[in-house]
Design a binder for this molecule. Sequence first.
Ligand SMILES: Cc1ncc(COP(=O)(O)O)c(C=O)c1O
Length: 446
Amino acid sequence: MDEVWHPGDTRDRHPISCITRGGAVFIGEDYRPPSSTLGRAIVNTDDILMCPGPNDIADRVLRAMIRPAACPVTPEFQEFYERTLDMLAQVYQTHHQVVPIPGSGRSGVESAITSVIEPGDRALVIICGTFGHLAARVVNGVGGQAEEVYFPWGEQLDLGVIRDKLAQGTFKLVTMVHNETSSGAVYMNAGEVAKLAHAHGALFLLDAISSLAGADLPTDVWEVDLCVSCNHKAIAAPIGHAYVAVSNRAWAVMEGRREPCRNIFGGLLNWKAQLLDPPVDGRTMRRPQGVFTAVHLFYALHEALTMILEEGLEARFARHRLNAQAFREGIKALGLQPLARPELASPTVTCIPLPEGIRSADFLQYLQQDHGIFTLPGLSPYRDTAIRIGHMGVTAIPRCILHTLYAIESVLAKMGYRVVPGVAVNRAEQAYAEASAREPLKAVAS
Ligand SMILES: Cc1ncc(COP(=O)(O)O)c(C=O)c1O
């Protein structure tokens, strides 16, 4: 694990390296905890976070938080809050309201579901990996009934099966995960599932927690009613916010509830934009802050969104696709096979089953100790036998991909697996060269 500073530590320097390898920037500031922090542990984050979330954060985004405390109820902050959420709506490709919910990704899933599901309501929950289950837990937790429909990990959904399930009952909600972070599969046919849900009279919730800002997600075109994401994946901002983009159809369902939502602060209706009469600074609607907003997280979010919009959505998606592809090519050159089918391969996450006999915990320990790369194992049935690499936000760049491939190759060799030295990096470089021959690669701002 990371080095941790303990009270009484005799070393006189405690480096906190806020590193952005993704953007070619390194600020390594030596930091001595003041005496008031005695008793707290400080985590040294020298490793590259190639996790499927949280992932590394750009230096610019970290520095954006170094501002004085501000009270979120001031008109100035309200204006900043609204502008930032307008930017987020652009990333969501939606004209609808995006609500920021404090917490991690699952807080967004919980807010969205508890806002529409009431005791006795049924939801069809599509499951093709670990994260699909979250929705079922929340639906059942508020007295609804989740009917789960399963598809094999990393395989395509069968829309006919979903259609048949819908025909067998009355469902208020259909849920699915856009990018299954457990398997590394992305389902770009989510819009087709939304159509099936709507034809049945149900709302459609899409968990886009590990895809938004890394994979194309046209929320309005796909007619997603509740589209959930969060800070710490491809948006590349600090953990602490989830987001829900809410359609008019979903607001109408909330307004027509039989009984009030019991999720008091996370209930989305508390956050619904109110008419401003008269308009203020050209704005006709005001978005209430449902809780005291974490102002510093908003500063970070604003900077992360600025980076995303400066890069441009199309360019950003293309960058993620290219780096994911180069990574997978390198992995395959090692004789390994990513879990997801090639046509479903995610631009943000790859799950790699390891050769027989290699335990993920041992592999990951070497990856971190010897190469400074921190990531997570597979989940559920793959916990001991696979690893997952997140190539998203600032780590979806050749330098991180090549470093990670080299490290994987080296650890495999150390653990007794036969590899041709350099094969993974060479193959990935070839993929970059081929792509660059088609179209010159753009540098990524940091
Ligand atoms: C697809 C998906 N949904 C839900 C979650 C849960 O989000 P969090 O762990 O941020 O609460 C994750 C986390 O990795 C995820 O990848």
